[in-house]
Design a protein around this ligand. Structure first.
Ligand code: PRX
Length: 657
């Protein structure tokens, strides 16, 4: 490994680490892959599609009627067969697919490919018994248990699209997603283990279904054995219904464009968007990127992606990518500090994890907890480290490399989105050099272009808006039930290009740096939450007159939610700076959206700063929230408002002291 001398004195932009010689020597791909893809992009993706098993080969690689793409036109395949049956048929049935680790110490399950296949077959038949057919939607609201993976693959096997809703979302969020997707069946559990205790899931489903009359069946996994309410005829225990199904299931092939899943994500308006992904192109890119970016050796690697299946990372890099590649992987139910703050490192030590994929927020949290915890465990099995979800600051990158990677493991910082379906920008560990904090450049077969406000390319120097100017196999095929929003959100700002919503810049070495969102989407611990969504939740409280929400820089979570709120009348605890009321509002947001959307801080203010035309000045609120010198305030209708907000923040800080 070569490292430039005097490194510490250099800025992160000029620090560079070459691929370690041992990784380069045995890497799955070589530098030629970039040239090959550049010379024949579609041919390159066709070659990657051939890594999968197709029942019918496609007649053309791409049908592109901007902004609508069809990949591998006419091809037919079954996604679940690609993730399971073909590995078993190839003799890998005894290979462990999932080493599952529950949060309570000692609660573990290992599932081989053969066992996972058996369970997916039984679940597929159970769903069929419940009336689910190809083209239907099934809502999955589960903790991190193997049944989450099994349910997703069972849907794929029968051609039904799943819509996984993160277990941390509220009943209201569940109602919105079930209704928009038109799901008939919900798969859930009595509860799951988190932060050392059993938390309930089914009550949220019961509450939600009062407002979802079209849901006919609920399949319930017994995980915590807590008491649950039961609706006869609608609710079925997994152990009753699934366990009595036949152990094999004949899978049918579906069109390459068969919907595989919907995944709801926040946009710039209050209503979450159902991002639609289909089968052949999605699986091609998820599988290839997982294999190439993690340099996966299925026979010897133990891979661990710490994301929850409720997010896109869990879909593409815990379920579809790794399983399509026949990987052995970890799945962990709980929080990083359950049973001790070195829980993750003890799992890596115990299972000999070689490839590890997590988010910068987690890395920054571990940095705060100190080097001793990972230092006390043997992490020498690790080969490659990945990062995803938000920009990784150079300090966290260097810590990750030094403390977790023992200065030996290449780091792959992977940029992508729910909408892109799979990784788009990342180094290749045996090929590309890396710079702390940079995702380096587009993967082979991917075309990015940074443009200025007018949509003119900045070439390979300078900064602007990140766009994707060629279609890619795993791209979203639309927004469920809202085609106008699809065209408007992604394709109208820069006609003919996909606008990602992120800023980016090229440095002098033509290396790409992602700069975060340029729209009203916040990134909290790598999770997307829109300012409008939180504002809508706040104003739905009877006492709130108006709310403005901003993402303020936060050392650990990247951004944190700060809400400025004006109230109707008085709130009753003015002497304490409104502390009790602020807490009430935070709980209200948790109820409306989920605990991840709780504002870190609520500032009660007599008015919000507005321009003379009545527009809330968010920029100013970000400055206030970050306690920065205020920018230009001359456009404010009433400059006294800013002083009042500042006083209110000072009062709140004073009340806490
Ligand atoms: O702003 C980018 C940021 O996360 C957004 C996508 O969020 P989501 O759809 O929830 O998917 C997250 C997991 C793929 C992007 O628009 N983002 C994601 N990865 C990175 C990143 N920002 C910088 N560097 C990354 N590696």
């Amino acid at each position: 490994m070569t490292e430039q001398t005097g490194l510490e004195a250099l800025s992160s932009e000029s620090r560079r680490f070459d691929p370690p010689a041992d990784v380069a020597a045995s890497a799955n791909v070589t530098a030629e892959v970039y040239e090959q893809a550049a010379a024949d992009r579609l041919g390159f993706w066709e070659e990657q599609a051939r890594r999968l098993q197709w029942d019918t080969e496609w007649t053309s690689a791409l049908d592109w009627q901007p902004p609508y793409a069809k990949w591998f036109v006419g091809g037919r395949l079954n996604v679940a067969v690609n993730c399971l049956d073909r590995h078993v048929a190839a003799g890998s049935g005894d290979r462990v697919a999932l080493h599952w680790v529950g949060e309570p110490e000692g609660d573990t399950r290992d599932l081989t490919y053969a066992e996972l296949l058996r369970q997916v077959c039984m679940t597929a038949s159970a769903l069929t018994e419940l009336g689910v057919q190809a083209g239907d939607r099934v809502c999955i609201y589960l903790p991190m248990v193997p049944e989450a993976v099994i349910s997703m693959l069972a849907c794929a096997r029968i051609g039904a699209a799943h819509s996984v809703v993160f277990g941390g979302f509220s009943a209201q969020a569940l109602v919105d997603r079930i209704t928009d997707a038109g799901a008939k069946v919900v798969i859930t559990a009595d509860g799951g283990y988190r932060r050392g205790a059993a938390s309930a899931l089914k009550p949220a489903v019961d509450e939600a279904l009062k407002r979802c009359p079209d849901v006919t069946s609920v399949l319930v996994v017994k995980r915590t054995r807590q008491d649950v309410e039961w609706t006869e005829g609608r609710d079925h225990w997994w152990s009753d219904l699934v366990d009595r199904q036949p152990e094999s299931h004949e899978a049918q092939a579906f069109d390459a464009e068969q919907p595989l899943f919907l995944l709801y994500t926040s946009g710039t308006t209050g209503k979450p968007k159902g991002i639609l992904h289909t089968s052949g192109g999605y699986l091609t890119q998820a599988a290839w990127t997982h294999w190439a970016v993690f340099d996966l050796k299925p026979d010897s690697d133990v891979y661990w992606c710490t994301a929850d299946v409720g997010w896109v990372t869990g879909h593409s890099y815990l379920v579809y990518g790794p399983l399509a590649n026949g990987a052995t992987q970890m799945m962990y139910e709980g929080t990083p500090d359950a049973g001790g703050r070195d829980r993750w490192w003890s799992i890596i030590e115990q299972y000999g994890v070689t490839l590890f994929y997590t988010a910068p927020t987690a890395i920054r949290t571990f940095m705060k907890w100190g080097d001793d915890l990972p230092g006390g465990r043997d992490l020498s099995s690790l080969r490659i480290l990945g990062s995803v979800g938000e920009p990784i600051n150079p300090e966290a990158w260097m810590w990750y490399r030094r403390v977790i990677g023992g200065e030996r493991c290449p780091i792959v910082d992977t940029w992508w989105q729910t909408e892109t379906g799979a990784m788009m920008i990342s180094p290749l560990p045996g090929v590309t050099s890396t710079k702390p904090g940079s995702a380096m450049g587009p993967l082979p077969g991917i075309s990015v272009d940074v443009v200025d406000g007018e949509g003119t390319s900045v070439g390979k120097t300078g900064g602007g808006f990140l766009t994707l100017d060629e279609p890619w196999p795993a791209m979203l095929r639309g927004i469920w039930n809202d085609d106008a929003r699809y065209r408007d959100t992604y394709w109208s700002r820069f006609p003919g290009r996909y606008f990602a919503g992120d800023g980016a810049k090229w440095d002098e070495d033509h290396v790409l740096w992602l700069l975060g969102r340029v729209d009203d989407v916040m990134n909290i611990s790598g999770h997307r939450i829109s300012t409008t969504e939180v504002e809508s939740a706040l104003v739905s409280h009877p006492k709130v007159a108006e709310a403005a929400v901003v993402g303020a820089a936060d050392e650990t979570t990247g951004q944190a939610i700060v809400a400025f709120v004006t109230v109707k009348g008085t709130v009753g605890d003015a002497e304490s700076g409104g502390d009790a009321f602020a807490q009430e509002l935070r709980d209200h947001v948790a109820k409306e959206i989920g605990p991840i959307a709780k504002p870190r801080q609520i500032v009660l203010s007599p008015e919000l700063p507005k321009t003379r035309s009545g527009k809330i000045m968010r920029r100013l609120l970000v400055d206030i929230a970050e306690r920065r010198e205020l920018g230009d305030v001359t456009t404010l209708a009433d400059p006294a408002v800013v002083k009042a907000i500042d006083d209110s923040m000072a009062a709140a800080a004073g009340a806490k002291r």
